[in-house]
Design a protein around this ligand. Structure first.
Ligand SMILES: [Fe+2]
Length: 196
Protein backbone atom coordinates (compact mmCIF):
# COMPACT_ATOMS: atom_id res chain seq x y z
CA UNK A 1 0.00 0.00 0.00
CA UNK A 2 1.42 3.42 -0.94
CA UNK A 3 1.70 6.09 1.75
CA UNK A 4 -0.92 8.85 1.53
CA UNK A 5 0.53 12.22 0.52
CA UNK A 6 -1.74 14.49 2.50
CA UNK A 7 -0.24 15.07 5.99
CA UNK A 8 -3.67 14.84 7.66
CA UNK A 9 -4.34 11.45 6.04
CA UNK A 10 -0.85 10.31 6.97
CA UNK A 11 -1.56 11.31 10.58
CA UNK A 12 -4.79 9.25 10.54
CA UNK A 13 -2.92 6.22 9.26
CA UNK A 14 -0.29 6.61 12.01
CA UNK A 15 -2.98 7.04 14.69
CA UNK A 16 -4.70 3.85 13.52
CA UNK A 17 -1.43 1.96 13.90
CA UNK A 18 -0.54 3.46 17.28
CA UNK A 19 -3.98 3.13 18.87
CA UNK A 20 -4.38 -0.39 17.49
CA UNK A 21 -1.18 -1.36 19.27
CA UNK A 22 -1.84 0.58 22.49
CA UNK A 23 -5.46 1.58 23.26
CA UNK A 24 -4.24 3.93 26.01
CA UNK A 25 -2.33 5.75 23.28
CA UNK A 26 0.90 6.69 25.04
CA UNK A 27 2.51 7.67 21.71
CA UNK A 28 -0.52 9.64 20.55
CA UNK A 29 0.50 13.00 22.03
CA UNK A 30 3.85 12.90 20.19
CA UNK A 31 2.13 12.26 16.84
CA UNK A 32 -0.36 15.09 17.40
CA UNK A 33 2.36 17.48 18.54
CA UNK A 34 4.52 16.84 15.49
CA UNK A 35 1.57 17.32 13.13
CA UNK A 36 0.47 20.54 14.89
CA UNK A 37 3.96 22.05 14.79
CA UNK A 38 4.88 21.11 11.22
CA UNK A 39 1.77 20.89 9.02
CA UNK A 40 -0.83 23.31 7.69
CA UNK A 41 -3.20 21.31 5.46
CA UNK A 42 -5.82 21.41 8.23
CA UNK A 43 -6.74 24.95 7.10
CA UNK A 44 -8.61 23.57 4.05
CA UNK A 45 -10.99 21.61 6.29
CA UNK A 46 -11.53 24.26 8.97
CA UNK A 47 -14.71 26.35 9.04
CA UNK A 48 -15.75 29.16 11.37
CA UNK A 49 -19.23 30.32 12.40
CA UNK A 50 -20.02 33.60 14.12
CA UNK A 51 -22.70 31.85 16.24
CA UNK A 52 -20.78 28.87 17.56
CA UNK A 53 -17.48 27.02 17.46
CA UNK A 54 -17.49 24.37 14.70
CA UNK A 55 -16.76 20.61 14.79
CA UNK A 56 -15.20 19.46 11.52
CA UNK A 57 -14.78 15.71 11.09
CA UNK A 58 -11.52 14.42 9.57
CA UNK A 59 -11.72 10.69 10.24
CA UNK A 60 -13.89 8.26 12.16
CA UNK A 61 -13.47 4.54 12.82
CA UNK A 62 -14.47 2.19 15.63
CA UNK A 63 -11.11 3.03 17.25
CA UNK A 64 -11.14 6.83 17.19
CA UNK A 65 -12.40 10.03 15.63
CA UNK A 66 -10.31 13.04 14.67
CA UNK A 67 -11.90 16.49 14.56
CA UNK A 68 -10.73 20.02 13.79
CA UNK A 69 -12.53 22.62 15.89
CA UNK A 70 -12.73 26.22 14.63
CA UNK A 71 -13.20 28.92 17.26
CA UNK A 72 -13.91 32.61 16.71
CA UNK A 73 -12.36 34.86 19.36
CA UNK A 74 -14.13 34.41 22.70
CA UNK A 75 -16.16 31.31 21.72
CA UNK A 76 -16.28 28.57 24.37
CA UNK A 77 -17.61 25.02 24.72
CA UNK A 78 -20.10 24.13 27.43
CA UNK A 79 -18.59 22.44 30.49
CA UNK A 80 -18.65 18.76 29.54
CA UNK A 81 -17.45 15.23 30.21
CA UNK A 82 -16.06 12.72 27.67
CA UNK A 83 -18.34 9.69 27.93
CA UNK A 84 -15.58 7.59 29.52
CA UNK A 85 -13.21 8.06 26.56
CA UNK A 86 -9.65 9.39 26.15
CA UNK A 87 -9.40 12.87 24.64
CA UNK A 88 -6.36 14.75 23.34
CA UNK A 89 -6.34 18.34 22.08
CA UNK A 90 -3.46 19.74 19.99
CA UNK A 91 -3.44 23.46 19.22
CA UNK A 92 -3.14 24.22 15.50
CA UNK A 93 -3.65 27.97 15.81
CA UNK A 94 -3.67 29.61 19.17
CA UNK A 95 -3.55 30.25 21.90
CA UNK A 96 -6.39 28.08 23.23
CA UNK A 97 -7.50 27.81 26.84
CA UNK A 98 -8.87 25.05 29.08
CA UNK A 99 -10.56 25.27 32.49
CA UNK A 100 -11.06 22.18 34.68
CA UNK A 101 -14.18 21.70 36.83
CA UNK A 102 -15.20 19.16 39.44
CA UNK A 103 -18.74 18.04 40.27
CA UNK A 104 -19.36 18.12 44.04
CA UNK A 105 -22.67 16.24 43.84
CA UNK A 106 -26.28 16.65 42.73
CA UNK A 107 -27.56 20.19 43.27
CA UNK A 108 -24.12 21.55 44.22
CA UNK A 109 -22.23 24.13 42.17
CA UNK A 110 -19.17 22.93 40.27
CA UNK A 111 -15.71 23.67 41.67
CA UNK A 112 -13.57 25.58 39.18
CA UNK A 113 -9.87 24.82 38.75
CA UNK A 114 -7.10 26.82 37.13
CA UNK A 115 -7.25 28.19 33.61
CA UNK A 116 -4.45 26.82 31.42
CA UNK A 117 -3.30 28.33 28.13
CA UNK A 118 -1.86 26.24 25.28
CA UNK A 119 0.10 27.60 22.33
CA UNK A 120 0.41 26.13 18.83
CA UNK A 121 1.92 22.63 18.96
CA UNK A 122 1.08 22.01 22.62
CA UNK A 123 -1.09 19.01 23.50
CA UNK A 124 -3.61 18.67 26.35
CA UNK A 125 -5.17 15.41 27.58
CA UNK A 126 -8.43 14.92 29.45
CA UNK A 127 -10.51 11.96 30.68
CA UNK A 128 -13.46 11.75 33.06
CA UNK A 129 -11.28 10.58 35.96
CA UNK A 130 -9.23 13.80 35.66
CA UNK A 131 -11.99 16.44 35.46
CA UNK A 132 -14.79 18.01 33.50
CA UNK A 133 -13.61 20.88 31.36
CA UNK A 134 -14.44 23.88 29.22
CA UNK A 135 -12.33 24.73 26.14
CA UNK A 136 -12.27 28.27 24.77
CA UNK A 137 -10.54 30.67 22.42
CA UNK A 138 -9.08 33.78 24.00
CA UNK A 139 -11.11 37.01 23.68
CA UNK A 140 -8.43 38.41 21.35
CA UNK A 141 -7.86 35.78 18.67
CA UNK A 142 -9.35 32.97 16.62
CA UNK A 143 -8.23 29.48 17.53
CA UNK A 144 -8.08 26.09 15.80
CA UNK A 145 -7.65 22.82 17.70
CA UNK A 146 -7.26 19.19 16.70
CA UNK A 147 -9.25 16.76 18.88
CA UNK A 148 -8.80 13.03 19.08
CA UNK A 149 -11.40 10.90 20.88
CA UNK A 150 -10.68 7.24 21.47
CA UNK A 151 -13.24 5.73 21.16
CA UNK A 152 -15.51 8.10 19.17
CA UNK A 153 -18.12 10.06 21.12
CA UNK A 154 -21.76 10.35 19.95
CA UNK A 155 -23.04 11.98 23.14
CA UNK A 156 -21.56 13.65 26.20
CA UNK A 157 -22.95 15.35 29.30
CA UNK A 158 -22.91 19.10 29.70
CA UNK A 159 -23.04 20.77 33.12
CA UNK A 160 -24.57 23.93 34.54
CA UNK A 161 -21.79 25.37 36.75
CA UNK A 162 -24.23 26.94 39.22
CA UNK A 163 -26.65 24.06 39.84
CA UNK A 164 -24.32 21.20 38.89
CA UNK A 165 -27.18 19.85 36.76
CA UNK A 166 -26.05 17.53 33.94
CA UNK A 167 -27.76 17.13 30.55
CA UNK A 168 -26.96 14.53 27.89
CA UNK A 169 -26.14 16.16 24.56
CA UNK A 170 -25.96 14.51 21.13
CA UNK A 171 -22.92 15.94 19.34
CA UNK A 172 -22.79 16.73 15.62
CA UNK A 173 -20.51 17.84 12.80
CA UNK A 174 -20.42 21.18 10.99
CA UNK A 175 -18.47 19.61 8.11
CA UNK A 176 -17.24 16.17 7.09
CA UNK A 177 -13.85 15.90 5.32
CA UNK A 178 -13.96 19.47 4.09
CA UNK A 179 -17.63 19.56 3.00
CA UNK A 180 -20.17 21.59 4.98
CA UNK A 181 -23.04 19.38 6.16
CA UNK A 182 -25.20 21.58 8.39
CA UNK A 183 -24.82 20.00 11.84
CA UNK A 184 -25.14 16.35 10.92
CA UNK A 185 -25.36 14.16 14.02
CA UNK A 186 -22.39 11.97 14.92
CA UNK A 187 -24.72 8.97 15.12
CA UNK A 188 -25.95 9.48 11.54
CA UNK A 189 -22.40 9.78 10.16
CA UNK A 190 -21.43 6.60 12.05
CA UNK A 191 -24.36 4.76 10.43
CA UNK A 192 -23.56 6.12 6.94
CA UNK A 193 -19.89 5.19 7.12
CA UNK A 194 -20.66 1.73 8.48
CA UNK A 195 -22.84 1.11 5.41
CA UNK A 196 -20.05 1.92 2.89
FE1 LIG B 1 -13.57 18.20 25.80
Amino acid sequence: MTAPQRPLDRLCQELTTVLGRDPKGKAVAALLERYAREEGDWAQWTFFDAGTYTRNLVHRSSLYELLILGWEAGQASPIHDHDGQHCWMAVLEGPMQEVHFRAAGPGAPLTQGALRTFERGEVAYIADEIALHRVQATPAARGVSLHLYSSPIDTCRTYDPTSGEARRLAVGYHSVRGVLCGEKSAASVRAEWAAV
